[in-house]
Design a protein around this ligand. Structure first.
Ligand SMILES: [Zn+2]
Length: 65
């Protein structure tokens, strides 16, 4: 038994709150813009992560869901 180091998160569109889905195998990194499939707005990856960090302060790492 070990403490899980990675916690899966769902990234949500900053504009319409729809889940953002990456293309198969694609991983996002700092500085990327993620296009929302629902409203076609571009989300700033860093802003999304910042939001998630606010909600889950104890989350040490992130991985794409
Ligand atoms: Zn959206």
């Amino acid at each position: 038994m070990s403490i899980p180091e990675e916690i899966k998160i769902s990234l949500l569109c900053l504009f319409c709150n729809a889940p953002l889905e990456g293309e198969n195998g694609k991983e996002f990194s700092s500085g990327d813009m993620i296009k929302c499939l629902q409203c076609n707005e571009l989300n700033d990856y860093d802003s999304i992560i910042e939001l998630v960090c606010d909600r889950k302060l104890k989350t040490p790492r992130f991985s794409w869901v």
